[in-house]
Design a protein around this ligand. Structure first.
Ligand code: C5P
Length: 219
């Protein structure tokens, strides 16, 4: 059966998560955060102290990795070896490591199956960097959500004020992550030719969702 798949790609801090969750809720489908997969890989690399630059060791590690999306409540929750790790994967260090390790082709290949299998089971909104370009080139609807980097960094700073990280550091790291994500050789962050571009610099979540819904034929 052909599922309705909506992809939302874009750089960090553009508001993809809130927008994707809201859109999924309003359309009655599930929300899948693919960044969580890359973060989970980084988290396990860190936890198990894997030398991921050694491709044989990385291959071994990936073969043993046991990531799964389990339905819990409305949206699938990512587990690693049966354990919900969501509370541990949102730190600044994991963000930076995920950005570095996601550039490795072996890592991307290892995560492809899990993303595709969930799309076979449910209508879903997929949030990520390469959803519309590499993972679901035939998605029903594709969006590329971006915003000015200063606005994105300010949002991240406001969200993470308890972390004690200075705004300038968040901005600097966001510029680095943007560069890493857009310049990597495999599945770089870029707008798919058939994706609709939305610049959220001056828009709030409800305005972005409204724009998206205006192009989607509600079943
Ligand atoms: O979206 P989020 O910031 O949680 O993603 C963490 C990192 O995972 C990103 O910086 C990006 O490098 C990587 N990622 C990716 N492809 C995706 C989703 C995330 O390379 N589809």
């Amino acid at each position: 059966m052909n599922r309705r798949i909506i992809t939302i790609d874009g750089p960090a801090g553009a508001g993809k998560t809130t927008v994707s969750k809201t859109l999924a809720r309003e359309l009655g489908c599930v929300y899948v955060d693919t960044g969580a997969l890359y973060r989970a890989v980084a988290f396990e690399i860190e936890r198990r102290q894997i030398n991921w630059k050694d491709s044989a060791l990385l291959e071994q590690f990936l073969a043993c990795l046991d990531l799964d999306f389990v339905m819990e409540g409305r949206d699938p929750v990512l587990t690693s070896s049966g354990r919900d790790i969501s509370a541990y994967i949102r730190t600044h260090d994991i963000s930076m490591l995920a950005s570095a390790t996601s550039a490795v082709p072996q890592v991307r290949k290892a995560l492809l199956g899990i993303q595709k299998s969930i799309a076979e089971e449910r209508d879903a909104v997929f949030e990520g960097r390469d959803m519309g370009t590499a993972v679901f080139p035939n998605a029903s609807y594709k969006f590329f959500l971006t915003a000015d980097v200063n606005v994105r960094a300010r949002r991240r700073f406001d969200e993470s004020n308890a972390s004690g990280i200075a705004f300038e550091k968040i901005l600097e790291d966001m510029v680095k992550r943007d560069a890493d994500d857009t310049q990597r050789a495999v599945s770089p962050l870029k707008q798919a030719p058939d994706a609709i571009l939305i610049d959220a610099t001056a828009l709030d979540v409800s305005q972005v969702v409204k724009k998206m819904k205006s192009t989607i034929i509600v079943a």
